[in-house]
Ligand binder design. Structure first.
Ligand code: G6P
Length: 367
């Protein structure tokens, strides 16, 4: 009912607006005196240093959290990471060697395939860490270690605040691993923590400035196809932006690594096709801008989401949303906000049942 939604039209919108808080709640208990302390890990520095490989397993948006954090673990901690969707992992006889940590990500802690993946890793004698939102859920109970995301109950089927909290939990873990493995200095750690602490206010600001993306979304309620492109970590957030849109608006959407467009998807670009480009990685600005030019030459309309310093992009893109300055590894936490707002307002404009999209369940507990 209306009271439960706290004055918001939908649970999804309410939960989107809770993101500054869920990010803060997931972050602040783990930062003590300017250091990252993840007590629940219960691992000594020697134990962390002995981990040779990380295997992340999850479904849906939680899987996308994993894709993002592969870049971060590898970039910051220089530890190899594999990411799998749980339904693939469990049936492919994965190679799990000693010294591997299996990280299982799940909002509900009850997704059948994800739980089965956890059990498989445990059977093989591999250490498991659950990143879970629901306290006391099956995955929380069965994983060797649990790190909770403090997002609170999530009602809307399409996840928003739990996803944002998952990103934070994994950033913390990646920074911790990087520190212990001696891959980042004290001052780099301090800078990362400073940027982490700014995220809640920055997310708040992006939510506050929703009108620009709302107006834009209203123009695309009749879209047939929407494409999302990006490179590196921007590709990871494109996957989530595309999933949000298709889940709740029923518009066909695809995420593509921008450099891969020319190997197929570019043939689908027609006059007026919407392409959303996420462009937050400075060393890749030029590369993605050249992809923007390629699709625009073929008639695409391009919405770019980029850093506030990258005003150059206005020469190439049709419509630009700017993100405040953060560390290059944390941009997904900001870019997701306009992407969620876009999906939401397109779906509302089409009159869709935003909180309960057809054919989808909040938690898939059967195969
Ligand atoms: C369903 C939900 C998604 C979620 C996925 C994994 O498909 O609709 O929002 O990402 O399950 O759920 P979990 O609870 O394991 O994170």
């Amino acid at each position: 009912n209306a009271a439960e939604k706290g004055g918001y039209e939908h649970f999804m919108l309410k939960e989107m607006y809770e993101q500054p808080k869920t990010v803060r709640d997931t972050l602040s208990p783990r930062i003590k005196d300017g250091r990252i302390v993840i007590e629940e890990l219960g691992m000594t520095d020697e134990e962390i240093a002995s981990i040779q490989k990380i295997h992340i397993v999850a479904c849906g948006s939680a899987y996308h959290t994993g894709v993002t954090n592969k870049y971060i673990f590898e970039g910051l901690a220089r530890i190899p990471v594999e990411v799998d969707v749980a339904s693939e992992f469990r049936y492919r006889d994965p190679i799990l060697e000693k010294g591997t940590l299996v990280v299982i990500i799940s909002q509900s802690g009850e997704t059948a395939d994800t739980l089965a993946a956890l059990r498989l890793a445990k059977e093989r004698g591999i250490m498991t860490l659950g990143i879970v939102n629901v306290v006391g859920s099956s995955i929380a109970r069965e994983a060797d270690k649990v790190m909770y995301t403090w997002a609170g109950p999530e009602i809307a089927v399409a996840t928003t605040k739990a996803y944002s909290a998952q990103l934070i939990a994994l950033y913390l873990l990646a920074i911790k691993f990087a520190q212990v493995r001696g891959k980042i200095t004290e001052s780099e750690t301090t800078e990362l923590i400073t940027d982490l602490k700014k995220l809640p206010d920055q997310i708040e600001m992006l939510l506050h400035n929703k009108e620009k993306i709302q107006r834009f979304a209203n123009r695309y309620i009749a879209a047939k196809d929407v494409f999302f492109i990006g490179r590196g970590i921007d590709y990871a957030i494109s996957l989530e932006g595309s999933l949000k849109l298709k889940e709740i608006s029923y518009i066909h959407s695809e995420a593509y690594a921008a450099g891969e467009l020319k190997h197929g998807t570019i043939s689908l670009i027609e006059d007026g096709t919407l392409v959303t480009a996420v462009v937050t990685q400075k060393d890749l600005y030029k590369k993605t801008i050249s992809n923007i030019v390629e699709v625009r030459t073929r008639g695409a309309f391009v919405l770019a989401i980029t850093n506030e310093e990258n005003t150059e992009i206005e020469k190439a893109a049709d419509y630009v949303i700017y993100l405040p300055q953060t560390n290059r590894y944390f941009t997904n936490s900001l870019a997701i906000i306009p992407l969620q707002l876009f999906a939401y307002y397109v779906a509302v404009g089409k009159g869709c049942d935003v909180d309960k999209p057809r054919n989808l369940a909040k938690s898939v507990t059967v195969e």
